[in-house]
Ligand binder design. Structure first.
Ligand code: IPE
Ligand code: IPE
Ligand code: MG
Length: 246
């Protein structure tokens, strides 16, 4: 049986999150500059999003720029900042045809007006689509997202619209960037490093982790299928006991 059919024969994760690492190393191996790696990496989001949609995954979160990536050289940051808008041209027809909804997570106050407007318009334009939700994490940090949630809650307490005693785990969750998204089931990190690098700290609490040495621009449909097959063989317990013996 083809790998894809095997995957489709089992339960597919609702939410897959990917740390798209290794653009720079991938380009270096080919004697090219880091920008080339970032460009090919950005193009690859489309392949993987379309495949995720076909596989019936509900949400795909991708880590595109972290709150720590501002430490990089200015020319690299400038290049990364103009990627979202530039690639819309290459994505938009396929995404429309496949009814893919696009949302963004992250800070909006230091990425430039252009990006901010582009994100708002994209979210508005795609909001009623019923296919995959692609959550692009840009100027995103898990700790900053929790701070964002806590600040929003504090403002309500201060305004007297929320009692401090009424704050629950759900309150915290409901003030994250996109509370409507389910918890992450499978987190994939490409390019060999085995760390979270401040990605979706809240949402990853019971995610299964999958690490591969493949650099992000080389991570293709087959690799996604392989990761899903591996995920399907795991026993998830959520702190309880196994429901059924395999
Ligand atoms: C991931 O690739 C993309 C971003 C972090 C923006 P890197 O740029 O981290 O590539 P490596 O890790 O240096 O190879
Ligand atoms: C994580 O990759 C961030 C993104 C993929 C956007 P990094 O390359 O920034 O992570 P570290 O520095 O190796 O932890
Ligand atoms: Mg990296």
């Amino acid at each position: 049986m083809a790998l894809k059919d095997k995957v489709l024969n089992n339960e597919v994760p609702r939410h897959v999150a990917i740390i798209m690492d290794g653009n720079g190393r991938w380009a270096k191996k080919r004697g090219r500059g880091r920008s080339y790696g970032h460009e090919q990496g950005a193009l690859n989001i489309k392949n993987i999003a379309l495949e995720a949609n076909e596989l019936g995954i509900e949400v795909l979160s991708v880590y595109a720029f972290s709150t720590e990536n501002w430490k990089r050289p200015k020319d690299e940051i400038d290049f990364l900042m103009q990627l979202p808008k530039r690639f819309e041209e290459k994505y938009k027809d396929d995404f429309k045809e496949k009814a893919i909804r696009v949302v963004f997570s992250g800070r909006r106050d230091r990425i430039g007006e252009d990006n901010k407007t582009f994100m708002e318009e994209t979210e508005e334009k795609t909001k009623d689509r019923k296919g995959l939700t692609l959550n692009i994490c840009f100027d995103y940090g898990g700790q900053t997202e929790m701070l964002h949630s806590m600040s929003s809650i504090a403002k309500k307490v201060e305004a007297g619209t929320l009692y401090a005693e009424a704050i629950t785990l759900d309150t915290l969750k409901n003030h994250l960037y996109h509370p409507e998204l389910p918890a992450v089931d499978l987190m994939i990190r490409t390019s060999g490093a085995k760390r979270i690098s401040n990605f979706m700290l809240w949402q990853l609490s019971y995610a299964e982790f999958y690490f591969t040495n493949t650099h992000w621009p080389a991570f293709k449909e087959k690799q996604l299928q392989k990761a899903l097959l591996n995920f399907q063989q795991r026993d998830r317990k959520f702190g309880g006991l196994l429901k059924k013996k395999r």
